[in-house]
Design a protein around this ligand. Structure first.
Ligand SMILES: *Cc1c(COP(=O)(O)O)cnc(C)c1O
Length: 386
């Protein structure tokens, strides 16, 4: 269990608006018409909490769930989730048993994986459901297209494997490199066709994540696998107006202490910031130990009393300094927004990611579990500590 504020004494919390996730899933479902939706909830649902988010995805009509590890899949089954769950990462042979026991769909890229899944399926007297992963250019997992047929022939003798699907994952879709993406898609289609001609048919074919879901209906095939966009963050700036998806998570804390510092005082470890004049500096109890990146030192901003305040000095494990000189009436105990809205001001994870020189996936998924997640459901007015 994650310690809540009452136990840790820290006012830092992440509020996860489940109804916003629900609405995002529904908007995406509508946009997809008949195409299946695999809601990707890997990496603890990009930091939002895999159990609560997955339950909401099911309620909102997701057809399947995509996770990165067997452990996440097992957790979801133990929480009573019944819809198909696919492991998108490579499954170590030792975990094939759990994958089969908990009816998780495997992604197969190597003979060893196929063998382990088959053995586990025989042991459990079940069909092991698997998807063949084709590597069309990402070079992370997958069988090269030209080897796919030989690979399957080598696997032909393996008992209790049901090859339900085939998929690939593009390397340059988010960057809008359509030439490369189209060529990877073509390669994928040609591979499927060649396999079909040789008697290998796959009922579920899929290729795209958020970018394809938003921009390329022509590449949907049977299913799409959006992740980050369901949390309100389409991966590319050009996509932000397409579906009006709303950020799901807010991160807040409170001012712990205020200091009035005179000119030339340097603050924090290494004194990376020196007050150019008399400044009012706030200490807020969140730091890189919470997953709030150290690279935000002297760069990022937070919102206090509806105004932006700049981060000054080096962020430490548990504390960050804010320059609140220009915020009138500022007090110890004031609410501070790291991600979210207050009055007219808003900071999104896009902005935080930009300051970090990163992407929203990292800005969100890095937030540690020591920041308690509070699940809020506006429809019922309930907030649940977890
Ligand atoms: C992470 C992932 C996705 C989801 O990607 P988003 O860009 O977050 O939508 C889809 N498919 C695979 C194989 C992934 O690893």
């Amino acid at each position: 269990m994650v310690l809540s504020q009452h136990l840790t004494g820290s006012p830092t919390e992440a509020i996860v608006h489940l109804h916003k996730y629900h609405e995002n899933v529904k908007k995406v479902k509508k946009h997809l018409h008949q195409t299946w939706l695999m809601a990707v909830v890997k990496t603890n649902a990009y930091g939002h909490g895999v159990v609560q988010i997955s339950k909401e995805a099911v309620k909102a009509g997701a057809d399947r769930l995509g996770v990165s590890s067997v452990a996440e899949g097992v957790l979801l089954r133990k929480e009573g989730i019944r819809i198909p769950i696919q492991i998108l990462g490579a499954i170590p042979g030792t975990l094939a048993d759990d994958a089969v026991a908990y009816d998780l769909i495997g992604s197969i890229s190597t003979k060893e994986q196929a063998l382990a899944f088959s053995k586990a399926a025989v042991r459990h007297r079940k069909w092991g459901h698997v998807h063949l992963k084709i590597d069309t250019g990402l070079h992370r997992f997958g069988v090269p297209p030209e080897e796919a047929h030989d690979f399957l022939e080598e696997c032909r003798g393996l008992p209790n494997l049901y090859w339900e699907g085939v998929y690939t994952h593009f390397s340059h879709a988010d960057d809008g490199d359509w030439q490369r993406t189209e060529s990877q898609y073509e390669k994928f289609l040609q591979t499927i066709q060649a396999l079909e001609e040789k008697g290998w048919a796959f009922p579920v074919r899929h290729a795209g994540g958020s970018t394809i879901m938003l921009e390329r209906q022509d590449m949907y095939l049977d299913m799409v696998r959006p992740g980050i966009s369901l949390f309100g963050y389409p991966p590319a700036a050009r996509q932000r107006s397409i579906l009006d998806l709303e950020p799901v998570m807010e991160v807040k804390t409170r001012i712990l202490q205020l200091h009035d510092l005179s000119a030339q005082t340097s603050i924090g470890y290494g004194g990376s910031y020196t007050c150019p004049s008399r400044r009012k500096i706030a200490v807020v109890p969140v730091g890189h130990g919470d997953g709030y990146a150290r690279s935000l030192s002297n760069r990022g901003q937070m919102i206090v009393r509806g105004q932006r305040a700049g981060i000054v000095g080096t962020i430490s494990l548990d504390q960050t300094f804010l320059d609140v000189t220009d915020i009138s009436g500022v007090c110890e105990g004031d609410e501070v927004i790291l991600i979210g809205r207050q009055h007219e001001e808003q900071i999104t994870a896009y902005e935080v990611a930009e300051w970090m020189d990163s992407i929203t996936d990292e800005a969100l998924a890095s937030l540690k579990e020591r920041i308690p997640r509070v699940y809020s459901d506006m429809d019922t007015g309930k907030e649940n500590w977890k």
